[in-house]
Write a protein that binds this ligand. Structure first.
Ligand SMILES: [Zn+2]
Length: 271
């Protein structure tokens, strides 16, 4: 049985003390691969260092997170762009809109999102979308993009059934994480109506740990807890959840050439 964690910030300081053990625990729970979304300029060195240490299992994305879009976002975007030109990445991510924390830079967030969407098209990469309190806005923006030219994941999806259907119609997958296990979250009812064919698993570690670890540090091993809850909701076996969501994750990130990445990293380590 194999799981893929399609969204995990395993390079952050929360894992400084036990990063390798945490990754071993994930493997022991069947999690084979970790897709690592970038946050901003500051996170890039740690992101790339973790990927270089575990090149077979840790796959870096490149992008500017909406919560990091501030006055100086042009500089941050230029850095993202230069990395996309330099080497392959699994996706452009995470990008999007966050209308929960701070709406000061909402116009800039939108600009950064659309420009990074254009880069995803240019580099033929999927996008991984952060949509906190902004699912409707992002669906509207994506509908204005040329049809069928973008694909990817609405990470940590918590919207309505109608929104889920709209996202699927746009050619995107829904990233399902710890929120699925929360009591009164309501996500279980939405997910019960959606085919497994459109779902991928994620943790968003170190955030949003599933029950019974809610409120504590999240880690990739807990993907299994999300998968177990999904099997219960969909009235199917854990094996089926693993097989379908893993195939979906491979379908989202098909263009990632591992061989090219390895050649690239050997080049880096010789310097
Ligand atoms: Zn994230």
């Amino acid at each position: 049985m194999e799981f893929i964690d399609t969204h995990a910030h395993l390079y952050v300081k929360a894992f400084a003390a036990d990063r390798e053990l945490m990754i071993e625990r994930a493997h022991a729970n069947g999690v084979s691969t970790f897709y690592l979304p970038n946050i901003d300029q500051e996170s890039i060195p740690d992101l790339l260092a973790l990927e270089a240490r575990f090149p077979e299992t840790c796959m870096a994305m490149m992008g500017l997170h909406p919560c990091s879009v501030k006055e100086d976002y042009e500089t941050a975007l230029a850095e993202v762009r230069s990395w996309l030109e330099r080497r392959p990445f699994a996706a452009v991510g995470e990008i999007g809109l966050d209308l929960y924390w701070d709406k000061t830079f909402v116009r800039e967030q939108e600009d950064a999102f659309l420009r990074q969407c254009a880069w995803a098209r240019e580099f033929n990469l999927p996008i991984v979308i952060h949509s906190r309190e902004s699912t409707a806005e992002l669906i509207a923006l994506l509908r204005k993009e040329p049809k069928g030219t973008l694909s990817g994941i609405f990470h940590c999806f918590t919207g309505t059934l109608t929104q889920a259907q709209e996202i699927i119609d746009l050619g995107f997958y829904l990233g399902i994480g710890g929120v699925l296990t929360f009591k009164n979250g309501g996500l279980d009812q939405v997910v019960s109506e959606i085919s497994l064919d459109y779902l991928v698993l994620e943790t968003d570690a170190p955030y949003l740990a599933p029950v019974p670890h809610r409120g504590k540090r999240n880690e990739s091993a807990y993907v299994r807890l999300v998968a177990e809850k999904l099997a219960e909701i969909k009235k199917c076996t854990l094996e089926e959840v693993a097989a379908v969501t893993t195939a979906n994750a491979r379908n989202v990130f098909p263009g990632y050439d591992l061989a090219e990445k390895h050649a690239n990293q050997q080049g880096v380590s010789k310097n």
